[in-house]
Design a protein around this ligand. Structure first.
Ligand SMILES: [Zn+2]
Length: 390
């Protein structure tokens, strides 16, 4: 059986599920819809849909969950263009560097919106990260649980009828649904895609020293209560011709700061994280057999900015790039011997990808893509637990 899409090189091991038929994958097939859909009509249907949620006298029409990413700038600019009054909600993942905090605060001040940041109990959070690492080779699950449930709690508790997300990853990456299906956020969708089937119960199981009382916001709110209030979650990528690198490049004019990293040519996605292109990327490689750059290459081949050949070169180059993972273990209060144990037993065979000091080696990405990739900044300080962004 074919293991990779001959066009975009995506592997069938993708956790969302990828099918390859007649020389292309489900992601490539769904991508082609972007050129046949009448996007102006899609937007008309969105405007009509939104009328149901705009009510006189209500302070906020929607919750917009953010991390301070470039995509959040784009999403928020569209939400405001649509005439909505948003409440911006951020969950602190405790992994931001100085660039991440600056980007979050610039987002809020540039668009002049009401917002708040939820800082989960850090002892509970660290215990969950530790458990998630031990059981699932994943350090982002506790954050993903919060990021995909806390804003829904906020909407429910404050009687805000709508949650607006940016891209629907399962459509954009593997083409699991057609754009025309207009898939919405749901408890099932969250567990299946955002959490890779690991919800809070499974994460804790036995072993984590955490009291269930502390985990309310990690769990999706009660479905029937949500239904009674009529809370809905929409993805903007079902209504706009989604093109992350072009969109992300455009928001630099709003003050977003890109960050260069060692593991990909993409300087926008998750800029401002101390772990995303470091340990998180290495663990992704261990779990699914490919690194983040493979996602970026597939996307750019489909958008016509990379050839399959250059894409291969980029994957080969960045899949071998070394990352510094020690700062994460320091953040988690793991001793030096614990760190060495982890490398020896849990990252066996990956030690050639671990270094103590990263060197950012770029290779040629070709002209069409170069236009969208400027210079990324370097972080000055990692793991800034609370940031003022000034
Ligand atoms: Zn493909």
């Amino acid at each position: 059986m074919q293991q990779n899409c001959p066009k975009c090189n995506y592997p069938i091991t993708h956790p969302f599920g990828l099918m390859i038929t007649d020389g292309e994958c489900s992601g490539c097939v769904t991508h082609k819809e972007k050129d046949s859909i009448d996007w102006a009509r899609k937007r008309e249907s969105l405007s009509l849909e939104l009328l149901k949620f705009k009510k006189k006298g209500q302070k906020y029409d929607c919750v917009v969950p953010v991390v301070g990413d470039a995509e959040d700038y784009f999403t928020l600019s569209k939400v405001l263009e649509l005439g909505l009054s948003p409440l911006v909600v951020c969950v602190n993942d405790y992994f931001k560097n100085d660039i991440g905090w600056k980007n979050l605060h610039q987002l809020i001040t540039y668009f002049d919106v009401d917002s708040f940041t939820f800082n989960p109990d850090i002892r509970v959070y660290k215990e969950l990260v530790r458990t998630s690492l031990r059981k699932f080779d994943h350090i982002m699950l506790p954050f993903l649980q919060l990021h995909t449930s806390f804003p829904v709690h906020v909407a429910h508790e404050r009687n805000i009828p709508l949650i607006i997300w940016g891209q629907n990853q399962s459509v954009e990456q593997v083409g699991k649904f057609s754009h025309n299906d207009v898939a919405q956020m749901s408890k099932w969708y969250r567990k299946e895609h955002d959490l890779f089937n690991v919800d809070t119960d499974k994460l804790i199981g036995n072993g984590a020293q955490v009291d269930l009382r502390h985990l309310n916001y990690y769990q999706y709110p009660n479905i029937s209560a949500l239904d009674r209030r009529g809370v809905k979650g929409l993805y903007l990528s079902n209504y706009y011709r989604w093109d992350p690198i072009a969109q992300n490049n455009s928001v630099v004019s709003f003050g977003f700061q890109p960050q260069s990293n060692n593991s990909s040519f993409d300087i926008y996605e998750r800029a401002g994280s101390s772990v995303y292109y470091q340990l998180h990327d290495l663990l992704k490689y261990k779990r699914v057999g490919y690194r983040k750059v493979t996602d970026h290459v597939a996307r750019e081949i489909r958008h016509g900015r990379l050839t399959t050949e250059i894409g291969h070169k980029l994957i080969n180059h960045y899949t071998k790039s070394k990352v510094n993972i020690k700062p994460f273990f320091d953040w988690l209060d793991v001793s030096d011997s614990g760190y060495e144990w982890f490398k020896l037993h849990r990252l066996a065979g990956l030690d050639h990808l671990i270094c103590e000091s990263e060197t950012n080696e770029k290779i040629d990405i070709g002209e069409p893509l170069k236009k969208f990739i400027g210079k990324g900044l370097d972080a000055q300080s990692n793991f800034v637990i609370f940031g003022k962004g000034i």
